[in-house]
Design a protein around this ligand. Structure first.
Ligand code: COA
Length: 181
């Protein structure tokens, strides 16, 4: 199983083990993904059913991170039917205790790397203007891949029925297979 060795933990609220294992999700991970999404306090929490569906039907374009056999992060994505060279990342989350150790960007890098084998050359995601962590994470990913990163408005508040803030579309690419800086 592939592994990622991260920076050392700095305080007791963090996991002692520094090794995160990255793998495709299975059905039994869906509840953990739902709980992590809920725990962020910032992500839209989708139904528990949605995470189950993702673990069944979009596992090739999704990933979970484990520490000590516990799911501590995930990223969900799909290849856009209208743009088969584009991986859309829907949600990324890392448990608070494991943040700042490169796990978020490592999950994205892995899932993107896997997707290049079936023709993906671009990554898209949406980010709200106030999410500095997310903006940094996607910028780091683009740097790591030696790719450009572009942002433009996509979903404005008028599109949402519930007062949701605007979501800007970030595009990263072109991505080259196994291409890292
Ligand atoms: C966004 C999130 C997934 C990042 O996970 P993470 O594992 O802590 O991120 P990483 O350690 O891989 O950091 C990647 C880069 O982002 C930067 N970063 C991480 N958190 C940051 C923060 N709060 N503010 C500014 N930059 C931050 C890191 O310094 C790193 O940049 P560097 O390579 O230049 O050092 C995590 O903060 C999270 O779960 N947030 C809540 C959910 C969310 O907002 N998801 C994204 C929208 S879908």
């Amino acid at each position: 199983m592939p592994e990622l060795v991260d920076r050392p933990a700095h305080d007791t609220n963090r996991y002692r083990d520094d090794t995160a294992f990255l793998r495709r999700p299975r059905l039994s991970d869906a509840g953990h993904m739902w709980r992590i999404a809920k725990g962020t306090g910032v992500l839209d929490v989708n139904s528990s059913y949605a995470y189950l569906l993702w673990c069944r039907d979009f596992r090739e374009t999704s990933i979970v991170a484990e520490i000590d056999s516990e799911i501590i992060g995930f990223a969900t994505g799909f290849v856009r039917p209208e743009a088969p060279d584009t991986l859309f990342i829907w949600q990324v989350a890392v448990d608070e205790r494991a943040r700042g150790r490169g796990i978020g960007v490592a999950m994205l890098d892995r899932v993107l790397g896997q997707a290049t084998s079936f023709g993906v050359r671009f990554l898209e995601t949406t980010v709200t203007g106030d999410n500095a962590a997310s903006q940094s994470m996607f910028t780091t990913l683009a740097d790591r891949r030696g790719a450009g990163i572009y942002a433009r408005p996509l979903f404005t508040p008028d599109h949402f029925p519930d007062g949701h803030t605007a979501e800007d579309l970030y595009t990263i690419g072109p991505i080259h297979e196994n291409g890292h800086r």
